[in-house]
Design a protein around this ligand. Structure first.
Ligand code: IPE
Ligand code: IPE
Ligand code: MG
Length: 222
């Protein structure tokens, strides 16, 4: 057993199925998922998790029905607006995803502002770093990194490519969680999960709790 600070990454899946099982609209599942995330952030910040990186919205998710996308965007505003909770837990907010000025970026201004404000308002916190992947896709990240590296005069090496990732300071992932019975990676952190343990659980994300989190952490520490 070691007590190295960990990087836990979560593919928060199964909101839709959680809602369907209860006869609720998918949007209710996303609302419950955001609340579950707030709980997980609080618990993780009290464990030896140094980095928690969560998949909030993928580059592939824009094709979902417009009303669902709008609802998910609103929930990100809510999530990034939880400043006092984040500060109470000494959590620093971070974001990875397609840069807002990049062609193809569709992140509306109000979400951009919420992201910028959360980063700014939590920047002096010294505890866990919560990175939200929003409009994130690993292939976009790696393609952009490769483009930037080729444009520089540096050698094409893994260490040099790493420097051009969206956030080069993110350490390797120790454990990758995917909820709701799927065993796919879905274009998440392909570079960073090189040596990660993978924790699959049947539970949908809205039901993911401290017991699951501790089981995932234990897997990383084995
Ligand atoms: C994950 O839940 C949330 C996002 C992808 C934004 P889903 O919406 O994918 O839920 P399922 O997979 O349909 O149950
Ligand atoms: C992955 O879940 C993306 C997020 C959790 C934000 P999806 O539900 O979109 O992934 P697929 O479509 O099942 O691979
Ligand atoms: Mg899904």
């Amino acid at each position: 057993m070691n007590s190295k600070p960990l990087h836990v990454a979560c593919i928060m899946d199964g909101n839709g199925r959680w809602a369907r099982k209860r006869g609720l609209p998918r949007t209710a599942g996303h609302t419950a998922g955001e609340e579950s995330l707030a709980d997980v952030v609080r618990v993780a910040s009290k464990r030896d998790v140094a980095y928690l990186t969560v998949f909030g919205f993928s580059t592939e998710n824009w094709v979902r029905p417009r009303a669902e996308v709008r609802h998910i965007l609103g929930l990100h505003k809510k999530l990034f607006g939880r400043i006092s909770e984040l500060n109470e837990n000494n959590v620093r907010v971070n974001w990875i995803g397609r840069p807002f000025d990049e062609p193809g970026s569709r992140t509306p201004l109000y979400v951009q502002r919420a992201i910028r404000k959360a980063i700014e308002d939590t920047r002096s916190n010294t505890g866990m770093v919560l990175t939200v992947a929003f409009d994130y896709g690993s292939r976009s990240e790696l393609t952009r990194a490769a483009k930037h590296l080729v444009a520089s005069s540096d050698d094409l090496t893994p260490a040099n490519l790493q420097r051009h990732l969206y956030d080069a300071s993110l350490p390797p992932v120790d454990v990758l969680v995917r909820t709701s019975g799927e065993s796919r990676i879905s274009n998440f952190l392909l570079w960073q999960i090189k040596a990660a343990n993978i924790y699959f659980t049947e539970r949908p994300w809205p039901d993911f709790d401290s017991v699951d989190l501790d089981a995932a952490i234990a897997l990383a520490k084995n």
